[in-house]
Design a protein around this ligand. Structure first.
Ligand code: HSE
Length: 309
């Protein structure tokens, strides 16, 4: 049966997670992007629409990966694309990755012989690179596959799904302001002192080991970003207060989500996560910044096809 139209949803995600700059991430609900592709006569991406997204398919994160996919697979038809952004631009919860992932997942559903999810990673990564200027997979991988993922290598892809202690939850506070990934990458130095690298590496190992063994006290001791957060914190008004409020409310760890301005906190259980979400939003409000907050599982699901006809 020839499919004419597919819509896919890809979730928002939190990346870096304090200790894994460019290599760790997990989905955060309920936000996400939806991409619809409609089969048309022709070849490639014939047009793209959507509020606030580039109309040039070569510049749109949702369509760049799809263009490469169509170029390589050559299915014998083209597509028109519509992007429905559920994730605000420049928010720090993987909006460009979600568009890229939803695009290739929807496109894949129209192919006569759909590719495996792990083959889609490479295409979605190309879309993400358009937005941030770097092909890091720490938002693409969780948005595509779901769960807590370690991107040991983006190219060639080596993505490892890590075990998640069952009570682990993530609270996210998203202030109403925009911070582009290029800006937050631009403030980072190109080299770091060796003792800082050693401390960050030990913290990363502690978080991963704590997740593998269910040792949340080890996760809490380890969840400190000594590498990136010190350089980015000043880009987010109220950051220290929001982080302090989360820690005082009992969060296991709290830092910048992706490139910011969203801030995430890992928590033990729903109750602690709800309380943490509330105090983070309130702390932003004390700085005069309206913020939204939500709580989700750390091992939440990745992208899915929602409609296919
Ligand atoms: N790891 C990336 C960064 C995520 O922090 O720059 C943002 O896209």
């Amino acid at each position: 049966m020839i499919r004419q139209r597919a819509t896919a949803f890809a979730p928002a995600s939190s990346s870096n997670l304090a200790v894994g700059f460019d290599i760790l991430g997990h989905p955060v609900g309920p936000l996400g992007d939806r991409v619809t592709v409609v089969r048309r006569d022709g070849a490639g991406v014939l047009g793209v629409t959507g509020d606030g997204v580039p109309a040039d398919p070569a510049l749109n994160t949702a369509t760049v990966g799809m263009m490469r996919m169509l170029d390589e697979v050559r299915p014998g038809f083209g597509v028109e694309v519509h992007v429905a952004k559920g994730i605000p631009l420049g928010s720090g919860v993987g909006g460009s990755a979600a568009s890229a992932v939803a695009g290739v997942v929807a496109m894949n559903a129209l192919l006569p012989e759909p590719l495996e999810a792990r083959e889609l990673f490479r295409y979605a990564l190309a879309g993400e690179a358009v937005a941030s200027g770097a092909a890091h997979g720490d938002n693409v991988a969780p948005s595509l596959f779901g769960g807590l993922v370690l991107v040991r290598s983006a190219e060639p892809a080596d993505v490892v799904r890590l075990p998640v202690p069952p009570s682990l939850r993530c609270a996210v506070a998203l202030p109403r302001m925009r911070l582009d990934t290029r800006t937050s990458r631009g403030v980072l130095p190109s080299s770091f002192p060796l003792p800082t690298v050693i401390e960050q590496t030990a913290n990363l190992a502690g978080v991963v080991a704590g997740c593998c063994t269910g040792d949340l006290a080890l996760v809490a001791r380890s969840m400190n970003d000594v590498l990136v957060e010190p350089h980015r914190a000043a880009l987010i008004p109220g950051f220290a207060d929001v982080q302090g409020a989360a820690r005082a409310a009992g969060a296991l760890g709290c830092s910048i989500s992706g490139g910011g301005p969203a801030i995430f906190a890992w928590c033990d259980g729903d109750e602690a996560a709800e309380a943490t979400r509330g105090v983070m939003v309130a702390a932003f409000a004390r700085h005069g910044i309206p913020a939204q907050g939500w709580v989700s599982r750390v091992d939440g699901p990745g992208a899915r096809v929602e409609e296919l006809s």
